[in-house]
Design a protein around this ligand. Structure first.
Ligand code: DX5
Ligand code: ZN
Length: 234
């Protein structure tokens, strides 16, 4: 079932060549990227490190596309204002940063979420985390969007975990969530179909686009798939 006709492709620059970042960003713009997904990792929340607000500030200078900053970090509250000042348009942070021994600190999460002003805000959930936390969250917070991780976060190029799509169906069908749902990890021309079918409408894609022999062709295949899906849904 088609929930959202506004389907977007968001290349994740995690797989870019950081010594040629401007070249890669321009190339992705030429190939039809709708926005850029930028992964921030702190070495604690996930076992990898990437970039900080300084690099976002430099990226802001070289592109007008929307910058979607995905914070895989332990202390989103401290860093969110710094990434907004640097030029982020969208901020995504993890529900797991507010879980302690499986108990959700909803009060803190609400405070942090509602405290963020002037950008679109998404809450992210890892593959092993129970989607049921969102029942409570949605009853208390008016989320702009939800990001469903379809790999365990930390690295690009991992295989798509199909069972996370059950979460998307639960969010759409049981909890009635009508905002954007982003899917992040292992997305390519094939895996995008079940993701769209389940109710996702923003496709993050790193390795598939960035490391393709022909990025234009990879993007066309993905776009074709999206149009077929739209066509299929009537
Ligand atoms: C993983 C990141 C993803 C990743 C997706 O922790 O959040 O954004 O870059 O890359 P692919 O498409 O290679 O799985
Ligand atoms: Zn990401």
């Amino acid at each position: 079932m088609l929930y959202y006709p506004d389907i977007k492709v968001a290349p994740s620059i995690l797989s870019a060549d950081y010594s040629n970042l401007e070249r890669d960003l321009k190339d992705l713009e030429d190939k039809g990227a709708d926005l850029f997904h930028i992964d921030i990792m702190d070495g604690h929340f996930v076992p990898n490190l990437t970039i900080g607000p300084g690099v976002i500030k430099d990226i802001r200078k070289i592109t007008d596309l929307v910058l979607d900053v995905h914070l895989m970090i332990e202390d989103p509250e401290f860093f969110i204002p710094k990434f907004i000042d640097a030029g982020a348009d969208i901020i995504d942070f993890h529900v797991e940063a507010f879980l302690k021994e499986r108990k959700l600190n909803l009060k803190k999460l609400t405070e942090v979420y509602n405290g963020v002003k002037g950008v679109r805000k998404g809450l992210t959930i890892n593959p092993p985390t129970d989607v049921a936390y969102f029942k409570k969250i949605l009853a208390n917070i008016d989320l702009d969007f939800i990001l469903i991780m379809s790999v365990n976060p930390g690295f690009g190029g991992q295989a798509f975990i199909v069972r996370v799509l059950d979460k998307v169906r639960t969010l759409r069908e049981e909890y009635g969530f009508k905002g954007d749902i982003q899917i992040d990890g292992g997305i390519n021309a094939e895996t995008s179909s079940p993701a769209l079918e389940a109710g996702c409408n923003i496709l993050v894609t790193g390795n598939y686009i960035l490391n393709a022999l022909d990025r234009g062709e990879a993007m066309s295949k993905l776009r074709n798939n999206i149009s077929n899906y739209k066509g299929g849904a009537g």
